[in-house]
Design a protein around this ligand. Sequence first.
Ligand SMILES: Cc1ncc(COP(=O)(O)O)c(C=O)c1O
Length: 370
Amino acid sequence: MVSPRPVVQALPAYRPGRNPADLAREIGVARAVKLASNEVAFPPLPAVVEAVTAAAGQTNRYPDNGAVVLTQALADRYGVDPAQVATGCGAVTLCQELAQAYNDPGTSIAFAWRSFEMYPLLAQVAGARAIQVPLVAGRPGGPADTHDLQGLCAALDDSTRLVFVCNPNNPTGTAVRRAELEQFLDAVPQQTLVVLDEAYREFVTDPAVPDGIELMRGRPNVAVLRTFSKAWGLAGLRVGYLVAEDPAVAEAVRRTHVPFSVSMLAQAAAVAALASEEVVRARCAAVVAERDRLTAALRDRGFDVADSQANFVWLPVGEEAAGLAAALEARAVITRPFAGEGVRVTVGTPEEDDVFLAALDDVRSATTVR
Ligand SMILES: Cc1ncc(COP(=O)(O)O)c(C=O)c1O
């Protein structure tokens, strides 16, 4: 019998997310609302639909494996050299490629916890040790929802090749600010690559939260990860990118790239999306306004919700998380529970969020969930 590597056997089995159409059918309602995956609710940008339609006629050919046009567009957008950019089949693939590029078995990857759920898994697959540093309270008496950058720095050792700082943090939505991040970058050893995972950067409104691409300048051990999946609305097309201060970092990632894994449609869509940045900005502003309304509505209901800098909010309900999410699902609202910790709720349209709030009120009137 064939046998996968022990680390692979130890990985959790993949569980697909709940599909709203299936749920609606199952519980006998017209429509279920999905607020679980941090997508934006807007339809694809018109320019994206046009570009994908035009590219569709060439899909008998392989895509450009170097993603030259997209890489140049990103370099122009961020004022860097194309050699500093690597594209990937979603930022998640770039995370994996980073581990492949930098982590031999026995080395380590450090990150805060709770954070993006892929970090421990990619460490496991690489045979690397995961150094997990617990989040701390972002405000006196509040829940543990914020990076402890001093603790993270202190936890690094000679074996640490990568440290991820998810800013804003998924799933808590909190963000670290310039002074503490600069202090952290100054203190991290040069042989450790700091990856600022800015999947939600476009939703940041706090001016004290730095733009990683600006912060990375002059720091050769810093790279920034971004994605087209969230603000840019291309989750279904799978394209993300890494911008590194040192071109050697981008080159290392490119060497681990699975050939042709950024599809022709994804490349065309991303280029078109970048050219529609004004529309994207307006959409992000609408998401932010709705985030503020949702946050206020949840606080009015007594939930201890931190200021989110992303397109989701975090309900730190602890042991009630799984039960709350199940009760919401029974009312046709899909959220993302983290058992024993909290529930992450994506900012939807105002109508979707009203459905969620009404379901939440209904759950609370039926149970003791706060
Ligand atoms: C923090 C963070 N990083 C990276 C990703 C990966 O995004 P994608 O692979 O869709 O580009 C996500 C997606 O949820 C995320 O939350």
